[in-house]
Design a protein around this ligand. Structure first.
Ligand SMILES: [Zn+2]
Ligand SMILES: [Zn+2]
Length: 285
């Protein structure tokens, strides 16, 4: 492939697999990317790097560039911020300790929610085992909710959340959350590239200038400008911020496989040039 052709090829720097809440295995995801002529993909599962090894092997076999990544859920003052890390060292001890800690806290949280549900005594008992059976990767509130629906606590997802699981509800248990600064620092320490993901979800009127200036001090490298739900105006706005703070522009589909309407790898048009710029700045091959 000539350089020029590579530059114009499509890539996708934000994808989930079965290792978190996607429906494709890492291998299936790479196969799908190949079928859509996407030449480079980043595996960015929520708070885990468990899918990376399989993805790297599949990528090598199929001639697709696989970038090891992660997506951290972080929070300050009840506002949630997702930080995508690219070029992570998926064998780094500190990273694995952190992902284990997050995993355990999810598990404990699920246990505590289930205890609260059972203590209410308003329906049949539910067990952790039942919930674990429906959760293929990371365990979360939707898995508990689906068992509750099965057992007649409510008829719809919204209703279970509203009645029991919502923040402030009778069975709510807060979650262990990193701060975005912490996620960015951990990534910076391993020379990974940290990206503020889907900034379009951050409430309108948020003080982005102050926030980005602060995160840059911790090593923030980029901002996800190209995202399926970003309007042309939002793209323009975030592109301007990227320029202002000398941040790299990133983009991806946030594909979760067949969840929420289908596989989206390749639907968000982002060219290899974006990845090349990242590699140039961070000395990555
Ligand atoms: Zn996200
Ligand atoms: Zn995501």
């Amino acid at each position: 492939m000539t350089n020029n052709r590579k530059e114009n090829s499509f890539i996708d720097l934000h994808i989930h697999t079965k290792a978190s809440d996607g429906t494709f295995s890492p291998t299936e995801m790479v196969e799908y990317a190949k079928s859509k002529n996407v030449v480079a993909v980043a595996i960015t599962d929520h708070d885990t790097v468990a899918g990376i090894e399989e993805g790297l092997i599949a990528g090598k076999e199929m001639g697709i560039e696989v970038i090891p990544g992660i997506e951290f859920s972080t929070e300050i003052d009840d506002i949630s911020f997702h930080i995508v890390g690219l070029f992570v060292d998926h064998k780094d001890k500190t990273l694995l300790e952190l992902t284990d800690q997050i995993q355990n806290s999810r598990h404990n949280r699920a246990k505590m929610i289930i205890e609260k549900v059972n203590a209410l005594n308003v329906g049949p008992e539910i067990t952790l085992q039942e919930v674990e059976e429906v959760a293929s990767g990371l365990i979360g509130r939707p898995h508990i909710a689906s068992i509750m629906i099965e057992k007649g606590y409510a008829t719809k997802m919204d209703e279970v959340f509203e009645k029991f699981l919502v923040r402030g509800g009778p069975c709510y248990v807060p979650r262990f959350k990193l701060k975005p600064q912490e996620a960015v620092s951990i990534l910076a320490k391993m020379n990974a590239i940290s990206i503020l993901a889907h900034p379009g979800f951050i409430p309108i009127g948020y003080n982005f200038d102050e926030f980005l200036e602060d995160l840059k001090k911790f090593g923030l490298a980029g901002i996800e400008v190209i995202y399926p739900t970003h309007s042309p105006d939002q793209r323009k706005f975030f592109r301007k911020l990227a320029k202002k703070f000398d941040l790299l522009e990133s983009g991806g589909s946030d594909c979760h496989g067949e969840l929420s309407g289908g596989p989206y790898i390749g639907r968000t048009k982002i060219t290899y040039q974006y990845l090349q710029k990242m590699k140039d700045r961070f000395g990555k091959k």
